[in-house]
Design a protein around this ligand. Structure first.
Ligand SMILES: Nc1nc2c(c(=O)[nH]1)N[C@H]1C(S)=C(S)[C@@H](COP(=O)(O)O)O[C@H]1N2
Ligand SMILES: [Mo]
Length: 209
């Protein structure tokens, strides 16, 4: 599977002693801590064309809706700090993000049909990642467009990405363009490629086999 991953700059990520981090009780099993921000994705980094960009919500909703980038920027935002854990074994603590809280967005901007129980996030180039609706409603789930107080870097998802807490970081789709709501779960890109659908780093749910 990892041959599918396009790695960023190949630096030594083991910048902090794992024991020190584990002692804090915040480092899940099999992970090591890094201060860097590795870049991981399949395919190229898309360029943002504001005129062509929209953000769509569809599937099991009463009414499909879409937002331009300027419309999206008017939505209320919040800041979230969380630890991120990549299935390729790096973790990064206290990452700080700003964006639209997904739970608020789904409650105020979207009328989900009662049958909607799963969400598929759609990124540029057909990338998908799936989560159950209750995880999408997690208070730290974000439609994130700032990292560390700055707009997202292109390789980290500019202009906007999903941020899904409590799971391996692959559920956090970069270059987010749409959310689709479903009655039954549908595996996303990495989930179809052998990764565990539940993806809890504390249970080390890396693979589906
Ligand atoms: N669109 C898109 N989003 C993606 C991916 C991808 O391949 N395409 N890979 C995921 C994986 S495997 C990880 S670990 C994180 C990495 O985010 P980062 O590059 O900002 O560290 O993005 C996730 N989101
Ligand atoms: Mo990942």
């Amino acid at each position: 599977m990892f041959d599918l991953l396009k790695k960023g700059k190949n630096v030594d990520l083991r910048s902090v002693a794992p024991n020190q981090a584990a002692a804090e009780g915040r480092l899940p099993p099999g992970q090591y801590l890094t201060d860097k921000f590795p870049v991981l994705h399949y395919g190229g980094v898309p360029t943002f064309n504001e005129a062509a960009w929209d953000f769509r919500v569809y599937g099991l909703v009463e009414e499909e809706k879409s937002w331009t980038w300027q419309e999206f920027l008017t939505l209320p935002t919040t800041a979230v700090t969380l630890d991120i854990h990549c299935v390729t074994h790096w973790s990064k603590f206290d990452t700080t993000w700003e964006g639209v809280p997904l739970a608020d967005f789904l409650r105020r901007q979207v009328a989900l049909k009662p049958e909607a129980q799963f969400m598929v996030a759609h990124g540029e180039h057909g990338f998908t990642a799936n989560v159950p609706l209750d995880l999408a409603m997690h208070p730290q789930a974000l439609l994130a467009y700032k990292y560390g107080g700055q707009p997202l870097a292109p390789e980290h998802g500019y202009p906007m990405r999903l941020l899904i807490p409590t799971r391996y970081f692959w559920k956090s789709a970069k270059w987010l363009r749409g959310l689709e709501f479903l009655a039954r779960d549908r595996l996303g890109f990495w989930e179809q490629n052998g990764y565990n659908n539940h993806a809890d780093p504390w249970l080390e749910e890396r693979y589906s086999y």
